[in-house]
Design a protein around this ligand. Sequence first.
Ligand SMILES: [Mg+2]
Length: 373
Amino acid sequence: MKQQGQIREQSDLKIAHFDCDCFFAAVEKRDNPTLHDKPIAVGSDTPRSVVATACYVARIYGVRSAMPMVKAKTLCPHLVIVPHDFSKYKQAHQAIKQILQTADLPLKYDMLDEGDMDISQYQGDKIALCFALQQEIREKLQLTLSFGLGPNKVMAKIICNIEKPNGLVAMNTDEIKQWMKDKPVSLLAGVGPATATRLAKRGITRISQLQTADALMLMQQFGKFGASLKAMSLAQGSSINMQKRVEKTISVEHTFSVDVSNITQLEACITEFSHHLARKLHGRACKKIILKLRNRHFETITRNITLVEPIWQAEQISDAGVALLKNMIQGRYYYHVASDSQTNQQSYRLIGLGIGSFVKHRGSLGLFGTNND
Ligand SMILES: [Mg+2]
């Protein structure tokens, strides 16, 4: 592992991934010094809410993002729950972005608090540049972010996590290959519990085993992703469309505090989600819309639709989402989700909307195409 000032050859450092440390919680602590040493979780204190972000103090108690708030409170009884204030987070995001933009390099955000800077063409000391940006953000905004500098986006993101918070790690391809050897396969993008189990059945648990595994066998077992696995294990992230693998879909979901059966209310959620998703397209359009519903029996159904033409406006995404909702609720899927025989009406505890199959913005209107579930 190489850090600032220790690396001599920088030509292999092409992407600087940045990620704000405990972003929402950090903004809240900055704006309210009485919270400074307290364990805090950002989210709402309702029976079904989940932790959006936990600060490092709360993490000592085992509190994690996406954990049910009820569980978080059990783990840490003196946890301070701070409600979201997205306008404040957006302001902080803008302020950070402005500082990063002073580098005058291509910048792309994936989320409010993380993204990539293309440093491939930067002629100066790339590590010193990121260090200076990090310092400026810390001094001017009292917020910290971590940097990972690597040969591609996938690897930069992985190494960005090594020294959080306020970390700065730079590694070239050979160093990453060496460092990853004894790490579990789950470190790699797209390797969730299911893939990890399938790999373990073939005796592969460590990245070093993927490095030496037969590429053809991996492709036979995992299709295109098998090739990605092999490439990632060798620290070659982007050669086989890893971007798509990393950000296949963008989604947002909401758990209701009381189950909802009213379709108008579900439609309203879709409309709200659509605006949020449209803002995340960043000049792209999408061809796939995904809708997720979880009923009161905790059964989850997810369906998607692929459009003939890509769409990018919130209204278009909303229209497609509502059409899918109606199809799911009123169409054949209605019977799939064990409807309540007494009321003959399904009620839902969660709704989610996602977009995927991203393409460059083409400027044409979307029309419905095939329904591929
Ligand atoms: Mg973050």
